[in-house]
Design a protein around this ligand. Structure first.
Ligand code: SF4
Length: 336
């Protein structure tokens, strides 16, 4: 039996990016679509941290927003705790929203500047009717203490805190509805380097204490390596590799993953192929045919330009590359 808390399959999101023309209705066939996520499938196991990585525009945040119900998929299914998410049902989505929360990149933008910290943290408790009266204040104090702040901070406003402290407030707010699953969207990228480790360590401690499951969205591979059990690598809205974190950093299978890791000096692959980062990300409105990575791939073959690669099993996951097709892999082994 699968121990997945969350699974997505065939997850696709298209945005209509047609430019309106004066006095002209755009015909369906003239419309332009940007596919931010294409046929994405993965699962997140209870209690683990699954990270999605990729360059800007890879679709990470679009996928996160679909998972927390802020954006409706164009196609595909999201299942949480065995049940499909029904975007058309307000009551079903409301019940789910208590069970998962989101921590955003910029804690200042995500906290209402006109509200006292106590009201910010209490809002989910009130919205979901979890506690009443004086018990709410006591719970807010407990949550502030849990994230390393003081109960008296409930009376202050967000601008009275540093960036790291504001992210602690955002974490306390996320915990207040007693969620099982938290989407962490670049949770430390707006913070000073010296504060990042403190926030990441706090997130790990809370995960251990409450058995939380995290989806971590990040472009920072050092953060991902520090936090994740398994990692999915996205390129132009497509999942190109999924692997256990340790394996991904020591034996990346997809040429794009190798390129991403080679770009970070601290993570340079010892004794392995180091593929230089080359080329620009193609226009997502008009992605390359075949393997979308082929214009940048140092191992490109003729059929990469026409045939999209299927996903093939790897030592700890899967990767979508023609080099990993069983016939090709067998030929490579024979040559070695
Ligand atoms: Fe490179 Fe071809 Fe693999 Fe794409 S399918 S990553 S172009 S080798």
């Amino acid at each position: 039996m699968s121990d997945a808390l969350l699974s997505v399959s065939g997850l696709t999101r298209r945005f209509d990016v047609s430019k309106p023309l004066l006095n002209r209705v755009i015909e369906r066939e003239d419309r332009q679509f940007l596919t931010a996520a294409a046929d994405v499938a993965f699962e997140i196991r209870r209690g683990e941290t699954f990270a999605l990585v990729g360059e800007s525009g890879s679709g990470k945040s679009t996928i996160a927003k679909m998972i927390v119900g802020l954006l409706e998929p164009s196609e595909g299914e999201i299942r949480f705790d065995g049940k499909g998410m029904d975007f058309a049902s307000g009551s079903a989505m409301r019940a789910l929203r208590r069970r998962f929360q989101m921590i955003f990149q910029d804690p200042f933008a995500s906290l209402n500047p006109r509200w006292r910290v106590g009201d910010i943290i209490a809002e989910p408790i009130r919205t979901f009717g979890l506690l009443r009266g004086a018990a709410i204040g006591a719970e807010v104090g407990r949550l502030l203490d849990l994230v390393g702040l003081s109960a008296s901070d409930a009376e202050k406003f967000p601008h009275e805190f540093s960036g790291g402290q504001r992210q602690r407030i955002a974490i306390a707010r996320a915990l207040s509805s007693k969620p099982e699953f938290i989407v962490c969207d670049e949770p430390t990228s707006a913070l000073d380097v010296s504060v990042q480790a403190q926030i990441l360590n706090l997130m790990r401690d809370l995960q251990d204490e409450f058995g939380l499951t995290y989806l971590l969205i990040s472009h920072d591979l050092s953060v991902v390596r520090h936090m994740s059990n398994r990692i999915g690598v996205l390129y132009l809205g497509r999942l190109v590799e999924v692997a256990e974190a340790k394996r991904l950093f020591t034996e990346p299978q997809h040429p794009y993953t190798q390129m991403l890791l080679a770009a970070v000096p601290d993570l340079a692959l010892s004794g392995r192929r180091r593929t230089p980062v080359t080329g620009e990300i193609p226009n997502p409105i008009n992605p390359p045919p075949g393997c979308a990575f082929h214009p940048r791939c140092p191992h490109v073959m003729d059929h990469c330009r026409t045939d999209a690669p299927a996903s093939h099993p790897t030592a700890s996951g899967e990767a979508a590359c023609h080099l990993l097709a069983p016939s090709r892999a067998a030929a490579q082994t024979a040559q070695d």
